[in-house]
Design a protein around this ligand. Structure first.
Ligand SMILES: [Zn+2]
Length: 133
């Protein structure tokens, strides 16, 4: 029998081995949460349920993540130089982020602040490189 403590240890070991993939795992975990939040409030689906459109979007987002060439030490997708989403998914995910992003501060503050800080440093970097040109 494996008790909860052992389970935690196993998870920790696993997490350590996959430190390079940690940000990628985080995004994989939170994107469906954000889409659910968006769907619930904008398409009036039940909590933790998805309309067919958002279901497709979730599958698409997870698929894009699974084939992401920057999995290792990944930054958030919004900081990526590629923006690999195809229309109309690009537009949809943008709406999801616009809606759910600020609301994540209340339900998942650590994740939300990480995101905010990463965006700030990313934008600063962009500014800097455009000055260098
Ligand atoms: Zn929906």
């Amino acid at each position: 029998m494996i008790n909860n403590y052992d389970k935690l240890t196993i998870v920790n070991i696993f997490m350590k081995q996959n430190k390079e993939l940690k940000a990628w795992e985080t995004e994989k975990k939170y994107i469906p949460i954000m889409i659910k939040k968006y769907c619930h409030h904008n398409h009036h689906t039940k909590r933790n349920e998805l309309c067919s459109e958002c279901q497709k979007l979730t599958e698409y987002a997870l698929f894009r993540l699974s084939v992401c060439p920057f999995k290792k030490n990944k930054k958030f997708c919004s900081c990526c130089k590629i923006h690999c989403y195809q229309p109309p998914y690009k537009e949809q995910i943008r709406n999801v982020m616009k809606y759910s992003g600020p609301r994540m501060i209340f339900t998942h503050p650590i994740f939300a602040f990480k995101h905010v800080f990463q965006m700030i440093s990313y934008k600063r970097k962009l500014k800097k490189t455009s000055h260098d040109r």
